[in-house]
Design a protein around this ligand. Sequence first.
Ligand SMILES: [Zn+2]
Length: 492
Amino acid sequence: MHPTPLLLLVALVIGSSASPAEEADDLLAKAEAAGAAGRYGKADSLYRKIVEEAPGTEAARIAEERLAPNAWLRTVDLEINGDSDNRIDIFVLGDGYTREPKFQKLFDQGARETLKYFEQAPVFRRYRKFMNFHAMNIASHEDGVDARGKDHDTALGAYESGASQGQVAVRHQDVARWLRLDPRAEGYAICLVRLGTLGTGGGGIAVIGGVPSNTVIHEWGHAFANLLDEYTSDVGYTGPAPRGINVSNTDDPELAPWKHWLDARQKGVGMFPGAAGRSKGAWRATATGCAMNRGPSYCLVCREAVTASIWEQVNPIDEATPHEDPLFVEPDEELVIELRPMEVVGSPSLKVGVTIEEIQGSFEAAGAVDDALGSFLDGGTGADAWDAFGGGDTGADAWAGGGLDGGEWVSWSRPSRAGKKADPPLEGRTVRFEKRRDDERRTVYRVKLRARELDPGNHLLHARVVDPTDWVLKPEWKALLSERRTWKIVVK
Ligand SMILES: [Zn+2]
C-alpha cells in the first residue's frame, strides 16, 4: 500500500527536523551529561548508539574514542577560584581505575583527598585562590604497574621507575594526551596510581602511588618547583650529587644555591650535610622538617621557590578595566578605572598604589616613572596608605626629559616580568582611590577621575600591585611579585 500524500508530507516534515549529524550531536550531549553525573554505563550505551546510527560524523568519532579501552569519562571541577587565564589549573588523574563505578568512586575520593594535603603547607594556604583543581575520570583498561617485563594497558602507562624502591612513575606523553582534552590544562597534573608504590615528580607532573598522603606535597614540590630530594638516606640514587634550588654539591656557603638566605643571616638556614638521597657529598639548607625530606611542609628555601613558581604563573592584577587604550576623555566626563588584585588568604595582603602623570608631548617620550610607585610600595609604607604617597604635585613634566628609559609599556594581556629597575625620583601625583568589596566579595579598587581636574593633553595613570611577603628574597624572583598596569589618558 502506498502512503497517502498527506502522510508522506508529515513524514517529510519530521524527517527534515534534524540532520543525522545534528541528532548525533544531541545524543553526544546526552551521553556526556550522563557521564558527568557518573552514569558511565548509560553514557556508554549512548556512545554505542551514536557509532551505530551516525557513522562518519564527528560525534561518532568522539564516541568511538570514549569507548576505547582507555577512555575519558568526565571532568569534575573540584575547586574553582577564578578564571583559568590567571590561575594555576591542576588536574588530578587516575591510573589503573577501570570503568566499574566502584573504582571510579575510589578515584573520586582520592582526588578530593589530594586537595586536603595542599592545606598542609602554609604556602598553598596563602595562595590557595591562585589555583583551580579539577578531577579527570579516566577509565583504564587494566590495573597494574609495569615492571620486570609485565605490561599492563592503563591510561597513564604507570611503571616502576628504576630507583631502588620501585617508585611509581607514569608516561608523560600519556598525561599530556588526556590534558589536551581540556583547554584549561597547562601541563600540571597529579596522578594517582592505584597499585603504585611511593611516588615521583617532575616536569609539572606528580605521581602518587596508592591513596594520597604526605607524598602529595613532596612530589608536587618536585613537579611544580623543580625541588630536589632532601633525603639524607639512600633512596636509590647513584653518581655525583646534583645541585639545585635546595641541594648543594659543595659545603662552601659562597656557592650555596641559598646564599641569599645565608647573607641575610636567616635563622635556621645553614649548610647541613645529607641531601638528594645521599648521606655524603650533598648539603641541604635546614636541619629538619622540610617536605622534600620527610617533613609536613616546606623549609624556607623550598617555600621561596614554590612562591616564585606560583607568581611565575599568576598576574598580581587579576582584572583591570577599562580595556581601551588610550582612553579619550571629554572635559566634562568622569573616568572610572577599576582594578581587582589577586587575593591571598591571611596577611599580609597585596598592596595597591595608583599614581598619575602628565606627559609633555607624545606618550612614547615618557619614561618608567611608575617604578617610583614600586619603590613606594616596596618600602612597606602600608597597602592603603596612598595618601602618604607624596601627596604634593611635584611637577609631572619634570621626569619626561629625565633620561629614564622610555617606551616600555605594559599591556594587560602580556605582562612584563622584567627585573626591577633602579628607583627614579618620585615625580608623580597620587590619586585617591576607594577600596570596596564587589558582589562576589572580591576587593576592588576604584579610581574616579574627573577630566576637568586634569589639564588638557596626555596623561599616564599607573596602578601597581605588590605582594609584600617576606618569603621571597632572591631579587630575580622578587620581581615576579609585582605588576603594573598603565593607562594612557587623553584629555580633550
Ligand atoms: Zn626544603
